[in-house]
Write a protein that binds this ligand. Structure first.
Ligand code: F6P
Length: 365
């Protein structure tokens, strides 16, 4: 009998529970058992927090009715990376220790020799290290940001794009009623996937992403053009990471006056500057963590279930050190070492960005 542990790490994404469900059911079909590790690897690394059930059995009954739920029944964390675990020393100082060996030993003592590790870039780097230490590891790509390389898409992304689109659909009427500029800030630390896709799908009038250096004067000009044509409102979609595309601040001219420090995120900054440049009233809406919550779309549920089932299939085929990936129309396998540490931004020669340029809502080079 094979025993598989499942871990979810990093920021949550809609579809995590669907992956867990598929892994457990596909394993049960083969007569194998599954175990859940709590909060990334904290269930093993923090015995004081989980003295008895840090790693607990996941029979099929435990995954009944969870496929459509957001979050993860295992819990997750952005802290406690086993490769650089911050340990408090007896002299009061803190040192980063590699504790990945403890995970392998702990699981092997429980008779568990396989791990399905569901996460983004950081978690998949940990997965690769655990594989190198003799655990059989399959990675599953997750992030609402869609910035993982070697997979067409990650689950959670479609849900985030759909929800952001729905939010902007609602903002059109209030923006138009008040003749305002509405700046909508969405997640995407390093990449503008959500902003680009939701911006186009929601009929936004301008999109700012980290991949492209932009000039807000161009955006202001577009807003004033619309104004002159009788369209007295505009929606500007901005990825949180777009700050980086403009030298670290939206308001270059005012940066020396401490403007950037005074205001919150890029959404607020862009709204402020567009208000200055156009003389129109501007408001910022930060969608933030709302994009990570709620029920996964059918597309994300399906991708998540396909990834989960493929992870178990891969174990059955004797694979390890790979990530299951979406390479339309099928799921394929990619070596974890080809994925770990590689981000995927919006391709500058892709047709989605070109669509944004063609319809006049993507600016800059
Ligand atoms: O999941 C990735 C992400 O959504 C980023 O876009 C965002 O910057 C980050 O998570 C924020 O996560 P947290 O608040 O959990 O640190």
């Amino acid at each position: 009998i094979q025993r598989i542990a499942i871990s979810t790490g990093g920021g949550d994404a809609p579809g995590l529970n669907a992956v867990i469900r598929a892994v457990v059911l596909a394993a049960a079909q083969r007569g194998w058992e599954c175990y859940g590790i709590r909060e990334g690897f904290n269930g093993i690394l923090q015995p004081e927090r989980y003295p008895v059930d840090g790693v607990f059995p996941l029979p099929p009954a435990m995954v009944r009715g969870i496929g459509h739920l957001g979050g993860t029944i295992l819990g997750t964390t952005n802290h406690g990376n086993p490769l650089r675990y911050a340990m408090r020393m007896s002299d009061g100082s803190t040192q980063e220790i590699n504790r990945s060996g403890e995970i392998v030993t702990h699981l092997k003592l429980m008779g568990i020799d396989s791990l399905v590790c569901i996460g983004g870039d950081g978690t998949l780097t940990i997965a690769h290290a655990l594989h190198q230490q003799g655990l059989r590891v399959i990675g599953v790509p997750k992030t609402i940001d869609n910035d993982l390389d070697k997979t067409f898409t990650t689950f959670g992304f479609d849900t985030a794009v759909s929800f952001a689109t729905e939010c902007v659909d609602r903002l059109h009427s209030t923006a138009e009623s008040h003749q305002r500029i509405m700046v909508v800030e969405v997640m995407g630390r390093y990449a503008g996937w959500i902003a680009l896709h939701a911006g186009i799908a929601s009929n936004s009038h301008a999109i700012l992403i980290p991949e492209i250096a932009y000039d807000l004067k161009q955006v202001a000009a577009k807003i004033m053009e619309r104004d002159a044509a009788g369209r007295h409102y505009s929606i500007v979609m901005v990825a949180e990471g777009a700050l980086a595309a403009n030298g670290g601040h939206a308001l270059q001219e005012d940066a020396s006056a401490g403007y950037v420090e005074r205001l919150g995120g890029i959404g607020e900054q862009v709204a402020h500057e567009l208000q200055q440049l156009t003389g129109k009233e501007a408001r910022a809406v930060v969608l933030g963590h709302l994009l990570r919550g709620g029920s996964p779309t059918a597309f994300d549920r399906l991708s998540a279930m396909r990834f989960g089932a493929a992870a178990v299939r891969a174990l059955d085929e004797g694979e390890s050190g790979i990530m299951v990936a979406l390479a339309f129309p099928n799921v394929n396998y990619v070596a974890l070492e080809e994925v770990a540490g590689r981000m995927k931004g919006v391709p500058l020669d892709g047709d989605t960005l070109q669509t944004g340029r063609d319809i006049g809502i993507c600016f800059g080079d």
